[in-house]
Ligand binder design. Structure first.
Ligand code: ZN
Length: 308
């Protein structure tokens, strides 16, 4: 006979303890899991708006002041711009977090881990081992399938690993929304490293085009990581079947690959290059995913509360 313990804190439970799906809870953690965290969602919407505002600001400065940056200063400017999406996210997170505090060093730690995994594993795998750039644009089918099976799966698996093999089993992961918080942190860390790599490997980038690409990457990586985080949280708190997490990863990878395909189609038409189209696609994707996650999370919390 198995011992009955709370799935968050592992404390032994009395007969008749509360449960969600197949998981058992102590009273304290049962109450915590379903917290709705309205402020967090508001800061999600505000962040998407702020990222678009950041693009407009940099493009505005670039076209009016026309700064002439070269060599090292262009690289430094690019790297500084790469960090802005993550800083904006942190600012919004800290602002809402005064109301409902979350252990910030864990959030920052997952962000750094996401960046390290991108730099040490993800980017070398995609660029060097699979040499994606050599073959991805051969045909529309290759573009789509390669985007899903190689880029999508590698990126989403690493963001998953950043959360799954660190905080997932700890008591710091004790609310449904934590999956989305930590997932997004890993995704933004991943995006930040991709952006720094983009700047450094091109020895600096055109500021306007560069900042549009950076925000596209940040919005997309954070959104898909939010989906991974949602599946992680449901797996932890409801005890989903074995196929649940692979399905969640596959969904995120498919959306990631589809996004790459649509973004590239939207940005490049023949000889014409229009990065704004990519930004529109990424912003729409981020808003749709944010709304979907908000709805799913509210539905899960309401179902739990209704059962109680
Ligand atoms: Zn507990």
């Amino acid at each position: 006979m198995s011992v009955r313990v709370c799935c968050v804190c592992q404390r032994p439970l009395e007969e008749g303890a509360r449960s969600i799906g197949r998981r058992l809870y102590c009273d304290e953690h049962y109450a915590k899991v379903t917290r709705g965290r309205g402020h967090l969602w508001q800061s999600g919407w505000a962040l998407v708006a702020a990222l678009v505002g950041f693009v407009l600001l940099v493009v505005g400065i670039d076209s009016f002041a026309q700064p002439t940056l070269e060599g090292r200063s262009l690289v430094v400017a690019g790297v500084v711009l790469s960090l802005v999406p993550a800083v904006l996210w942190l600012v919004f997170f800290y602002l809402q977090d005064r109301l409902e505090p979350e252990p910030k060093r864990y959030v920052a730690g997952i962000f750094v881990l996401g960046a390290l995994l991108a730099g040490a594993v993800g980017i070398p795998l995609v660029n060097d081992l699979f040499q994606v750039r050599e073959w991805l644009y051969e045909s529309p089918l290759v573009h789509l399938v390669g985007g899903i099976l190689v880029i999508g799966f590698i990126q989403e698996f690493l963001k998953y690993a950043a959360v799954r093999y660190t905080l997932f089993d700890s008591a710091e992961f004790d609310e449904r929304i934590d999956g989305i918080i930590y997932g997004t942190a890993a995704g933004l860390g991943y995006a930040t490293m991709l952006n720094i790599h983009y700047v450094v490997s091109n020895a600096g980038v055109d500021l306007s085009v560069g900042v549009i690409r950076m925000v596209i990457t940040s919005l997309a990586q954070a959104s898909f990581a939010g989906i991974v985080g949602y599946f992680l949280a449901q797996d932890k708190f409801e005890g989903k079947p074995v196929w649940w997490m692979p399905c969640g990863l596959a969904l995120a990878a498919v959306l990631n690959g589809l996004f790459i395909f649509v973004r590239d189609l939207a940005m490049v038409r023949g000889l014409e290059f229009n990065p704004w189209n990519g930004l529109i696609v990424a912003t729409l994707i981020a808003l749709i995913i944010l709304a979907a996650l908000f709805w799913l999370m509210r539905r899960a919390n309401q179902a739990t509360l209704a059962e109680a």
